[in-house]
Design a protein around this ligand. Structure first.
Ligand code: PSU
Ligand code: MN
Length: 302
């Protein structure tokens, strides 16, 4: 695996010295946000992580290697190369073919875990799609959460999903869901979903303690989901959001797009139907998550 994994000197030094490191994904850079906002956001998230005293480890695939800790130049290449969206199933295929790949939550978890990273910040996890009984579309993010022991900071699951089924699935695979200053599982663009979390934590220290307890319980623990609601001032208005979402699903019904292309398609429609408000909400929650992840990575667990 050493040949397949290339860790930047900065990340390697931080890990060797047990200094805080936060993994960051790249699917949101190439597929989740309109170009060039993805690149801007990637740079901002790294800055936020650094400002909180942790080292950012942005993860991507290029020239047959999984890169842990890529800079702006590699991200530019990734965006220019029409990077594949990489999850667990096509990770080996993209690596072996030498193609450029951006990592989803699932692939980022697999690679971050391989590098020895314990905390990861993203926007929203994938989960069970609406209409799953027809499409069978369940994100490999759930598989990765069940498999890799990382604390994943997110603003809930993508709002495009079937949230009740996604929360049920997390329970089935035994992934603890911790609400940061909330009793509810957040709905990405909105703070509330009506769904419960396993535990509300009001401080970073408390989060760190529960995460450490979970990792200690088992020799082969699952991940932990840290659900961090979008800041109130950045929440989307319910009517705007509901209307745009309904229109996006209508567009989807009339389009042959399938599988891993469904999310980018819907996000693009939401961007258009909300005149960019979905994208600014997305940016706000990503920044909020990077901050909390860096604090969590820096917190003593005892
Ligand atoms: N949520 C977003 N934007 C995104 C994603 C999620 O609002 O770009 C990405 C993440 O990388 C996540 C992936 O891991 O979509 C899930 O895709 P799928 O449902 O195809 O597994
Ligand atoms: Mn899918």
């Amino acid at each position: 695996m050493t040949d397949l994994l290339s860790i930047s000197a900065e990340v390697e030094d931080a890990l060797a010295a047990s200094r805080p490191v936060v993994a960051l994904e790249t699917t949101l850079v190439t597929h989740g946000l309109p170009h060039p906002q993805g690149l801007e956001v990637a740079a901002v998230l790294e800055q936020i992580v650094r400002r909180e005293g942790a080292v950012p480890a942005t993860i991507a695939i290029l020239d047959g290697r999984a890169r842990i800790g890529v800079g702006a130049e590699t991200l530019q290449q990734l965006a220019g190369a029409g990077a594949r969206k990489v999850n667990l199933g096509n990770l080996a295929a993209v690596l072996a073919s030498g193609r450029a790949g951006s990592t989803t939550v699932a692939a980022t978890m697999a690679l971050a875990h391989r590098a020895g990273i314990r905390v990861f910040s993203t926007g929203g996890i994938g989960g069970i799609h609406r209409g799953v009984s027809d499409s069978g579309d369940i994100s490999a993010d759930l598989t990765a959460l069940a498999r890799y022991p990382l604390a994943v900071v997110c603003a809930g699951a993508k709002a495009l999903l079937d949230l009740p089924k996604t929360v049920e699935a997390l329970e089935t695979v035994g992934v603890p869901v911790l609400g940061y200053r909330t009793d509810e599982f957040p709905a990405f663009y909105r703070r509330e979903s009506g769904l419960r979390v396993d535990l509300r934590c009001d401080s970073v220290e408390q989060l760190a303690k529960v995460v450490a307890t979970h990792f200690e319980l088992d020799r082969n623990p699952t991940g932990v989901l840290v659900a961090n609601p979008i800041p109130r001032k950045s929440e989307m208005h319910k009517e705007v959001y509901d209307d745009a979402l309904a229109r996006a699903f209508e567009a989807l019904a009339g389009d042959p797009v399938q599988g891993r292309d469904v999310t980018p398609f819907l996000l693009d429609k939401l961007d258009r139907f909300t005149a960019g408000r979905s994208v600014s909400a997305n940016r706000a929650l990503l920044e909020n998550n990077a901050r909390l992840a860096a604090q969590l990575a820096s917190a003593p667990s005892e």
